[in-house]
Design a protein around this ligand. Structure first.
Ligand code: HEB
Length: 344
């Protein structure tokens, strides 16, 4: 009820906030939108900022007493953590982000998780991710071995997520979190083909990732199979082995298929799970809700589709009991999906 919410005028003379503590975030937002995300775009910088959220947050273990998590340790102890194999390539986005952290007097943890929410908002079709403010500076580097790899088994991946934090993540929540691969590409899985996206629409937060990972694979993107790569159905698109297996495993296949052409579910579940990731290691009740600072994403109305020259006949049906949703095939001959441009 807007009438009951008292708003304070921020010292910037432009913005108002429900909590004065959120006021400094407007300037951070405007600066990164202009100078880090090239005018609020959903390109490589945004994708890598979202990946950084995951790799910072997931490095917490119930077995080891739940220290760390979404604390910014990946930036403060970057010389250690970017040396871990699954964190390959994250040095670039960390180096891009560091000057903004220094300039705005914000903790690295708050910055990484704020920038991730802003990054998602730049992708048309995305949900508006809530942001809670108040992470202290990290105290130590995360240990190695906590970030999943594309060559891990489904068992290893589900176990790792279940161990992340006091309550961990359920199998279905792993699927929800992987919606992120709809705005994603690989630079280092096969270094010969950098910027290769995981679906045909890497700048849109749509459900194509869930459609395209279910199609029968026909080829590897490069000359040979890379470690952790599965065969892809679309030229120019890479399929991770982990995504391929999660789309087919009986513990996760029906949840995977349930996102096909279901943007409402995609919104609800992805915002829940990304918020949960961003709070790992913290008590939400001691933090300030600054969600109002996150931009409102552009709405997408176009339905999911089979990529040109593919159809239901190419679906490797995995979910028993629920048929694959009926989709139209995009017109024209098979096309080659171009790489996502790299940050300058
Ligand atoms: Fe991710 C990317 C894996 C989950 C987000 N991934 C990625 C890659 C890989 C992965 C390998 C590529 C890298 C390079 O560059 O090469 N993941 C993975 C795994 C998992 C995952 C294994 C578990 C299953 N992710 C995830 C999550 C998230 C993410 C959960 C969030 C939320 N990723 C991501 C992104 C990206 C990725 C965004 C993109 C980046 C760029 O583009 O750069």
């Amino acid at each position: 009820n807007a009438a009951l919410t008292r708003r304070v005028a921020c010292p910037d003379g432009v913005n108002t906030a429900t909590n004065a503590a959120c006021c400094p975030l407007f300037a951070v937002r405007d600066d990164i939108q202009q100078n880090m995300f090239s005018g609020g775009q959903c390109l490589a910088e945004a994708h890598e900022s979202l990946r950084l959220v995951f790799h910072d947050a997931i490095a917490i273990s119930n077995k080891a007493g739940n220290v760390g998590g979404a604390d910014g340790s990946i930036m403060v102890f970057d010389t250690i953590e970017t040396g871990f194999h699954p964190n390959i390539g994250l040095d670039e986005i960390i180096n891009l982000q560091k000057p903004f952290v220094a300039k705005h007097n914000i903790t690295p943890g708050d910055f990484i998780h704020f920038a991730g929410a802003v990054a998602v908002s730049n992708c048309p079709g995305a949900p508006r991710i809530p942001f809670f403010f108040g992470r202290p500076a990290p105290t130590a580097a995360a240990p190695d071995g906590l970030v999943p790899e594309p060559f891990h088994t489904v068992e290893q991946i589900l176990d790792r997520f279940a161990d992340a934090g006091p309550v961990g993540f359920e199998d279905v929540e792993v699927v929800w979190a992987l919606s992120a691969h709809t705005v994603a590409a690989a630079n280092d899985v096969d270094p010969n083909v950098p910027g290769t996206p995981f679906d045909s629409t890497p700048t849109l937060f749509d459900t194509q990732f869930f459609v395209e990972t279910q199609l029968a694979g026909t080829h590897f993107v490069g000359q040979t199979a890379a470690n952790g790569e599965a065969e892809s159905a679309i030229v120019g698109v890479m399929r991770l082995q982990s995504d391929h297996l999660l789309a087919r495993d009986q513990r996760t296949n029906c949840e995977w298929q349930s996102f096909v052409n279901n943007p409402t579910k995609l919104h609800d579940r992805f915002s829940d799970v990304l918020l949960k990731l961003s709070l790992l290691g913290h008590d939400q009740n001691t933090m300030v809700d600054c969600s109002e600072v996150i931009p409102v994403p552009q709405i997408l109305t176009s339905p999911a589709f089979f990529p040109p020259s593919t159809s239901r006949a190419n679906v490797e049906q995995a979910c028993v009991g629920t048929p694959f949703p009926v989709l139209r095939t995009a017109p024209g001959p098979a096309t080659s999906v171009p790489p996502v441009p790299k940050p300058n």
